[in-house]
Design a protein around this ligand. Structure first.
Ligand code: 13P
Length: 249
């Protein structure tokens, strides 16, 4: 069901004590909100994070997972491992995974299937690179990313999918898509899902925007009708900034 979501992707930041400190501050300062609030610390601190947030409504999610059930995949983490420490949502397809770790649409499609089969909710990330936008190819790129990884799923799978549109040129660069650019793409995404499935599925999926969301621009971006929240990188590492972004929704 479509809901407002603010999620913090901590990437490869925060050791154990820093994780504890940030989570403690976040739960102390968390405002009353209808939005779902999520944090994605590094794998190694997920257990500590779940324990730290036992009494909080903040959900701990993972930044990634492997597509195989188990086996000889040195260094990887399976769906069952995540479930066993209390993780029920996984980010899949982040552009840094695609760019630095060779995760293709085909690999991501397998990850999505495994996660959903295990009842793990998927926060699927996608978005165009700067050259795609400059060459006016951004809609095609986004459409094919969605199609290749998601469009052979059964309609019933969509209730466990959250989308996060993250234009690569706006990630960690301080350059944000304008609220109009975000709205334009989010509306396009809903249209594409309507064509592949139907309007009900398209209207029920939450679509987050990610890419240099800060306290100063969050209100305007979140005010757009097809933007259901944000996936936050840098600003999620500072409690007061993340709290301000939650308040913005
Ligand atoms: P920034 O907010 O640092 O641009 O990162 C966005 C992001 O990649 C979240 O997944």
């Amino acid at each position: 069901m479509r809901s407002k979501i603010v999620a913090g992707n901590w990437k490869m930041n925060k050791n154990l004590s820093e994780t504890e400190a940030l989570l403690t501050e976040l739960s102390a300062k968390l405002p009353d909100t209808q939005a779902e609030v999520m944090v994605a610390p590094t794998y190694i601190n997920l257990t500590a994070a779940v324990r730290n947030l036992e009494a909080s409504t903040i959900e701990v999610i993972s930044q990634n997972m492997h597509f195989a059930e188990n086996g000889a995949y040195t260094g990887e983490i399976s769906a069952d491992m995540l479930l066993s420490v209390g993780i029920n949502t996984a980010i899949i397809g982040h552009s840094e995974r695609r760019a630095y770790f060779g995760e293709t649409d085909e690999i991501l499609a397998k990850k999505v299937k495994t996660a959903l089969a295990k009842n793990i909710r998927v926060m699927f990330c996608f978005g165009e690179e700067l050259e795609d936008r400059k060459s006016d190819n951004h809609f095609n790129v986004v459409e094919s990313q969605l199609k290749n990884a998601l469009f052979d799923l059964d309609a019933s799978a969509w209730k466990n999918i959250i989308l996060a549109y993250e234009p690569v040129w706006a990630i960690g660069t301080g350059e944000t898509a304008s609220p109009e650019q975000a709205q334009e793409m989010h509306a396009f995404i809903r249209k594409t899902i309507t064509e592949a499935y139907d309007a009900t599925i398209a209207n029920n999926v939450s679509i987050l925007y990610g890419g240099s969301v800060k306290p100063g621009n969050a209100v305007e971006i979140f005010s757009k009708p097809d933007v259901d929240g944000g996936l936050i990188g840098g600003a999620a590492l500072v409690a007061d900034d993340f709290i301000a972004i939650i308040k913005a929704i």
